[in-house]
Write a protein that binds this ligand. Structure first.
Ligand code: F6R
Length: 595
């Protein structure tokens, strides 16, 4: 977590850093800080709180600087634990994203050598270590420092005597933006887009020296290398709120476009991965949180379309499990591509001898380097901490993949594949129809959900994971306890919790479980819990429910996409009515780069 940014050029660094930091606040926002080189001195301001809380009157006129927005790992959020960190003399400053696993040993060593620490963080050792190795050559001192670090890091270092920034990464993202007579470096592209759309993604172990007109990169072996320059197609506006009150609402409303983009060029032929190269008898999907729920929906999709048995693992558990005696094709789903648990699991799958595929939204993210194949979702930038359009586009990729695998295995006839593809083609329009009329959802959120302390979400079959996801989203942004359940399981225990004060959101579509689901809903109704039905126009369902949200007609296999949009909106409007910090919920961050 944490967002870092560095600037060197002819403009006022402060303004550029602040803008960049605000665009990176989705990565962490419990403290913020900057350091700017002003006439051979480094001025700094850092404190607990958001970027807007920084007190910046007066100084800060230089045109080299670094900035940081923090998500605390070692050391609670406080002014002292905020970045940037300095060496003992105040000559150099660093910002860091990641975790230095061996910081205790390094700190002891540095203290023995006479360095004085001012924080409880792991990051501060980097500043003192660079000081220890510095003898006039900053690049050399940083190179020696990173060779001592164990763990994950993206760092930017500046020195009051140097017209340069030195940056390096290992297992934390870092991207260099190349402008005109100015260059930048940041954890993510939105922080650079005001200045350039030409970027270089750094690889693990890279060390880079950045001046206003040059970018010089060395790889982990010390060899001078170049990294491919990529042109980012999306704009600053894509990464801004565009008239919506929150990024989350904007991103929910962007889903028709995101689905369209994810389908573009893939409906005639989906050939990004040559699945025929692999002997795919079993699939194991490994991921976390919302991406895990996408994987669970994917299990139903793949098993029913392609007939391939699918298993699921939470990435945080995978590494510690005993490998079964098979080598499933292992699929890692991660919107950020930076989730430490998922990356760790991908490494472990390789070690076990499995062939691997990553599904991610972020170009060149760390996950892409740990897998044999990559498929990108095309959701565009997602800034709200709660995953919305990235989840939906993960499902789209899973549908496309299942169709491709079904065709290859001869499980699917061409005509049937075309029927499925037609359903995918219709999805953007169907989501749009749903989004055009959200009044009922807003009303139920305000009247029923926002007043509850506990809420159940139930579904069956392919919509059971959608119930899990609905509950997660509500917990995450509305701070209301919610549980997702397969509807048939409530009677095995949770029924004891049903009261008139416990709303139940019941997902009901006309699949093979329809009759049973109506039975389950009837049982819930008998316990007098307020029942909110989500499904198509359906007289039977409406008779049982107190409230009803309708979705457009759709075959059950594709219904998760629409139902999930309803549940996203329930979470959003419930949180809105409770005045929650929707885009930046407490204690969370967009990419979880620690285990
Ligand atoms: C919830 C959410 C998280 C992520 C999880 C995995 O809205 O976003 O549960 O899904 O942290 O993140 P990725 O997909 O980046 O690996």
């Amino acid at each position: 977590m944490c967002g870092i940014v560095g600037y060197i050029g002819n403009s006022r660094a402060l303004d550029i850093l602040l803008k960049g930091m605000k665009r990176l606040e989705y990565r962490g926002y419990d403290s913020a800080g900057i350091a700017v080189r002003n006439h051979d001195e480094i001025e700094t301001e850092k404190r607990k709180g958001r970027v807007d809380d920084l007190e910046l009157d007066g100084l800060f006129d230089g045109n080299i600087g670094i900035g940081h927005t923090r998500w605390a790992t070692h050391g609670k959020p406080s002014d002292e634990n905020s970045h940037p960190f300095f060496d003992c003399t105040g000559s150099l400053a660093i910002v860091h994203n990641g975790i230095i696993d061996n910081f205790v040993t390094l700190k002891e060593e540095l203290e023995m050598a006479g360095h004085t620490f001012t924080s409880q963080t792991d990051s501060e050792v980097i500043a003192h270590m660079v000081e220890e190795y510095y003898s006039g050559d900053l690049l050399d001192a940083v190179t020696k420092t990173v060779s001592r670090l164990k763990g994950s890091y993206a760092i930017v270092v500046m020195h009051r005597d140097h017209q340069e920034l030195i940056a390096s990464r290992n297992q934390s993202p870092l991207v260099v933006g190349m402008g005109t007579e100015e260059n930048l470096v940041a954890s993510d592209v939105p922080a650079l887009l005001d200045h350039t759309n030409e970027v270089k993604y750094l690889m693990d172990g890279d060390i880079v020296r950045i001046t206003p007109d040059a970018v010089f990169i060395r790889d982990a072996t010390g060899r001078e290398v170049d990294r491919e320059t990529k042109v980012i197609k999306w704009t600053v506006e894509d990464a801004e709120k565009g008239g919506f009150e929150h990024f989350m609402l904007k991103e929910i409303h962007e889903q028709p476009k995101a689905i369209h983009e994810s389908l573009l060029g893939r409906l005639v032929e989906f050939d990004e991965v040559d699945f025929a190269r692999y002997d795919i008898r079993h699939i194991n999907i490994v991921s976390c949180g919302t991406s895990y729920h996408a994987g669970l929906v994917g299990k139903y999709i793949i098993e029913s379309i392609a007939g391939i048995p699918c298993m699921l693992d939470l990435a945080s558990e995978y590494r510690y499990s005993s490998p079964p005696d098979i080598y499933p094709f292992t699929v890692f789903i991660s919107q950020s591509g930076e989730t430490a648990d998922t990356i760790g699991a991908a490494k472990e799958a390789r070690r076990r001898g499995c062939k691997t595929l990553g599904i991610t939204n972020v170009l060149d993210s760390s996950l892409t380097r740990e897998v044999d194949e990559v498929i990108y979702t095309q959701a565009g930038p997602e800034i709200g901490v709660a995953a919305t359009k990235t989840f939906t586009t993960q499902l789209i990729v899973l549908y496309l993949m299942a169709i491709e695998l079904g065709l290859q295995r001869g499980k699917l006839l061409i005509e049937q594949a075309e029927t499925y593809r037609n359903e995918l083609r219709k999805l953007p329009r169907r989501v749009e129809v749903l989004l055009n009329d959200t009044e009922e959802i807003q009303d139920i959120s305000k009247r029923v959900l926002a007043n509850a302390e506990d809420i159940f979400f139930v579904g069956r079959n392919i919509n059971y994971p959608v119930a899990l996801e609905g509950a997660l989203k509500l917990k995450e942004i509305a701070y209301i306890h919610a549980a997702g359940y397969p509807a048939g399981e409530l009677k095995h225990g949770p029924f004891a919790l049903l009261t008139r004060e416990t709303p139940v959101v019941a997902i009901c579509v006309k699949d093979s479980t329809y009759e049973k689901m109506l039975g389950n809903i009837g049982e819930i109704a008998a316990r007098e819990s307020p029942l909110i039905g989500v499904g198509q126009e359906d007289h039977e369902l409406e008779k049982l429910c107190d409230e009803m949200v309708h979705i457009p007609d759709i075959p059950p296999l594709f219904s998760p996409v629409l139902i999930n949009v309803v549940l996203q909106l329930f979470a959003y409007y419930t949180a809105y009515n409770l005045g929650r910090s929707i885009d930046k919920p407490r204690n969370l961050a967009k990419s979880v780069t620690v285990e």
